[in-house]
Design a protein around this ligand. Structure first.
Ligand SMILES: C[S@@+](CC[C@H](N)C(=O)[O-])C[C@H]1O[C@@H](n2cnc3c(N)ncnc32)[C@H](O)[C@@H]1O
Length: 286
């Protein structure tokens, strides 16, 4: 028989990896210490990662870990890092950026001309260590220099994890983050030092980084282009819908939403978007 609070190691009942009372206690403590509510995240994902953290922090039971967390604000930061996955790379899914360059960005610039707008607002939500918004900044500087000179183009990268945003601010990357980056971009926009790539200030300055919880709201503003790739997969279906509905509200009519390759719009939300490219998951707000 299992002691209360003990982590079970069976692979069968993932949602029971941590006993419910201990799980709820940890959720409450985390919310109090950091403001992060785990409501909406896929339970099985959170349970699995939480169990791993309890073990690697050296606790035999989730109850003991909860008591430690209560007394240790630094541990709350470590836990957030464990619960949120930060895998990213420059030019992740290069064909998505090719499509943005070929169709979406030219259309957005044309819209600015037609309407006499002088500003264009882009956000990368769940930007991790900044690879996605910086890729957009490089692509715009490289391909649309004239528009960049004429328009006020704002690129905002947001994430819930403050530590990963600090990594984004430093903008120094290892080789693994660069494997899809074209050689010309590496040469022009990075300085290579001792195996690390340092992103040049001219690109860093194009991106504002913002600490923000997507579950609370979409960052304030009216957006022309929202990228939220490989973030929704961590949320349950109901919260995915709430989030995508809030994207639809925050985008201007004709603005674009880009999701990750494995993420989709539910049938209830299809009425709010036109599918521009089903493979690249690019949608336009009706
Ligand atoms: C796998 S990364 C995706 C990075 C990038 N978008 C890409 O596709 O390469 C997921 C990011 O979502 C962030 N995230 C998770 N929950 C969030 C929330 N509630 N609000 C904002 N960002 C969140 C995580 O911290 C993590 O950095």
């Amino acid at each position: 028989m299992q002691r209360p609070g003990t982590i079970r190691r069976t692979a069968t009942a993932e949602t029971d990896l941590i006993p419910r009372p201990a799980y709820e206690k940890i959720r409450r403590i985390l919310k109090t210490l950091t403001g992060l509510s785990l409501t909406g995240y896929k339970d099985s994902c959170i349970q699995r990662r939480l169990a791993a953290r309890v073990r690697s922090a050296g606790f035999a039971t989730a109850e003991d870990y909860a008591d430690f967390l209560l007394r240790n604000a630094e541990e709350a930061r470590v836990l957030i890092k464990t619960l949120t996955i930060h895998v990213s790379k420059f030019f992740r899914n290069p064909t998505t950026f090719a499509r943005l360059c070929a169709d979406v960005l030219p259309e957005l610039f044309a819209h600015c001309h037609r309407e006499g707008n002088s500003a264009l607002n882009i956000a990368s939500i769940g930007c991790a260590s900044g690879e996605e918004p910086y890729t957009l900044a490089m692509v715009i500087r490289e391909t649309f220099a004239e528009e960049l000179a004429r328009l006020m183009i704002t690129i905002t990268g947001t994430d819930i994890d403050q530590d990963i945003l600090q990594v984004a601010t430093r903008a120094i990357y290892d080789q693994e983050r660069m494997t899809d980056t074209p050689a010309a971009f590496k040469k022009r926009y990075f300085t290579s030092k001792e195996g690390y790539y340092h992103l040049h200030p001219e690109i860093r300055q194009m991106v504002n980084l913002l600490h923000h919880d997507l579950l609370r709201s979409v960052p304030a503003g009216t957006w022309d282009l929202l990228l939220c790739r490989n973030v929704l997969i961590y949320f349950d279906r109901a919260h995915q819908e709430i989030i995508i509905r809030s994207f639809a509200d925050a985008l201007r009519t004709g603005g674009y939403l880009v999701l990750g390759r494995t993420e989709t719009l539910s049938s209830t939300l299809r009425g709010r978007f036109r599918t521009v490219c089903p493979i690249e998951r690019i949608y336009q707000k009706r």
